[in-house]
Design a binder for this molecule. Structure first.
Ligand code: BG6
Length: 509
């Protein structure tokens, strides 16, 4: 992972799925931000492709509405950026169309100077990932004899272990592993990367970052929105695959990994892999006691009736797809032996928040309060979003007679680093794919290790009708049954607020 930002070499990016939502909402605004920050190559072209019939200008106009400038723009940056975009329509299943794409790339390739550096960004439905890779191979577009050729693959990468292994094999039959960039946009988040800096740039945390001092670790990602217009996708996915398999296991791996020997891409990814390989499997018959699933049901939020999941568009009225998932698991290694890890995620929760919390053990002896009171617990909250920052919670003496201990916060907010632009995840990841830094992308072995852990849970939830799916009213913190996962030794889930330093059960409602 580079510490200094350099301008990438000239390159051409082909975006498959260019008329889709992801391209418009995420990829183009991220490329535009890089353009405004002068972080795109000197000569840079995007060739968008999808099945829609659009001219170059129609494509540019389609993208224009997604771009905005924060300050007056005498340079007309939006127009300048749009001039770099071109378009070709294609049926991605038609092998002949790839010759046309190649021809268009070569015509535009003049922009790349002497070398031809290509990035293929797969932002299509996942069923097409393998087909596109094979077709690119058929017209020799994976060749690197005259520049680099990289393929960026969106999530979901497979829908279970078997399909992920298959997809890896297919793509690797055309591209070498170091040409493949599997995206997890969580790893592109500034604050997720900051977990590594917090841990490995400070001497004070390492000695206590282990089973001797840590009581449990909690990772939460709560969203206030429901599935919106993504019912059809979500029905096939559910919270476990949509958030835990893809994003939150990676966050847990960053919290849990050993210090890498260097910040070299493979050194970092080797350590993450070891964590994923050390996850204690939750066997089919153990799923009931280690995992809880839920689905939001209709309720009133601020006096307004909101739909339940089963009433959403393109959702089966008898759906058993979970919109909430909570897991308890262990990492079987020397650092974490016996320390429970808890992960939960849900749609339609009271507040939007993503954080990882390290809960430390109590003092060995209570001098100031009775056993059973919680005020001698310390925790370190790594807030990923919103109000990005860090809070250390610890006990202080309340002023006055006696020794009453009160929990207080010591907090750092990213926004206090004023003037610093926090790049969007896609900005960072697109930039890294251009400079060839794969540290924040997933390696084949890590993807497979994550699926190996998730598969039995997903299978049990799909196949066993004895495992309940609990309804929870939209706007609440999920099914009560999830409390039983974390209960014991008077611990409970945290009920975080949008503001990092506040806690509360229903702070947003
Ligand atoms: C996506 C999921 O990968 O991540 C969505 O498909 C989810 O369902 C989103 O809402 C959350 O990302 P972020 O960056 O908004 O936390």
């Amino acid at each position: 992972m580079s510490t200094e930002l350099k301008k990438p070499e000239n390159c051409l990016i082909v975006i498959f799925g260019a008329s889709g939502d992801l391209t418009k909402r995420k990829l183009m605004p991220a490329l535009f931000e890089l353009f405004c920050d002068n972080m795109l190559p000197e000569q840079f072209v995007v060739l968008g492709t999808s099945s829609s019939k659009l001219s170059d200008d129609e494509f540019r106009e389609h993208i224009r509405s997604a771009l905005s400038v924060k300050t007056p723009d005498p340079e007309n940056s939006i127009d300048k950026f749009l001039k770099k975009l071109y378009y070709i329509s294609a049926d991605f299943k038609d092998p002949l169309r790839y010759e046309e794409i190649k021809k268009r790339m070569y015509e535009l390739g003049g922009c790349c100077g002497n070398s031809c550096n290509y990035i293929y960004y797969l932002a299509t439905v996942p069923e097409l990932f393998g087909t596109i890779a094979l077709n690119l191979g058929n017209v020799n577009l994976s060749d690197q004899s005259n520049g680099f050729s990289r393929i960026v693959v969106e999530k979901p990468f497979g829908h279970d272990l078997g399909s992920a292994v298959e997809l890896n094999k297919t793509i690797q039959s055309v591209f070498k592993e170091d040409q493949i960039y599997r995206i997890d946009h969580y790893l592109g988040k500034e604050t997720v990367q900051n977990v590594l800096v917090t841990r490995f740039a400070n001497g004070i945390f390492e000695p206590i970052w282990n089973r001797n001092y840590v009581h449990h670790v909690e990772v939460t990602s709560a969203e206030t929105l429901g599935v919106e217009n993504r019912g059809a996708y979500y029905e096939r996915s559910g919270a476990l695959l949509d958030m835990i398999q893809s994003h939150l296991l990676r966050v847990a791996a960053l919290v849990a990994m050993e210090p890498p020997s260097s910040f070299d891409s493979d050194a970092v990814r080797n350590e993450q892999l070891k964590v994923l390989q050390s996850l204690r499997p939750i066997r089919f018959e153990e799923v009931n006691e280690s995992a809880v699933r839920g689905q939001y049901i209709s309720s009133k939020i601020k006096g307004k009736t909101v739909k339940g999941y089963r009433e959403e568009n393109n959702v089966n009225p008898n759906s058993r797809t979970e919109t909430y998932a909570a897991l308890k698991f262990y990492i079987d290694n020397w650092r974490w032996g016996g320390v429970p890890f808890y992960i939960r995620t849900g749609k339609m929760m009271p507040t939007q928040v993503t954080e990882a919390v390290i809960h430390f053990k109590k003092t060995p002896h209570y001098l100031f309060s009775k056993a059973g009171e919680t005020n001698s617990r310390n925790s370190l909250i790594l807030r990923i979003q919103p109000d990005e920052g860090i809070v250390l919670k610890f006990g202080m003496k309340e002023p006055g007679s006696g020794y009453k201990v009160q929990n207080v916060n010591m907090d750092f907010h990213y926004k206090d680093l004023s003037n610093l632009h926090i790049p969007e995840a896609y900005e960072r990841l697109l930039y890294d794919s251009m400079v060839g830094d794969s540290t924040l992308f997933l390696r084949a072995d890590a993807v497979e290790a994550a699926w190996r852990f998730i598969d039995p849970i997903e299978k049990a939830w799909k196949e066993s009708h004895d495992i309940k799916i609990y309804g929870y009213p939209a706007g609440t913190w999920g099914p009560e049954a999830a409390d039983s996962l974390i209960e014991g030794d008077y611990q409970t889930w945290r009920y975080p607020c949008k503001n990092l330093a506040e806690d509360g059960v229903y702070c947003e409602l």
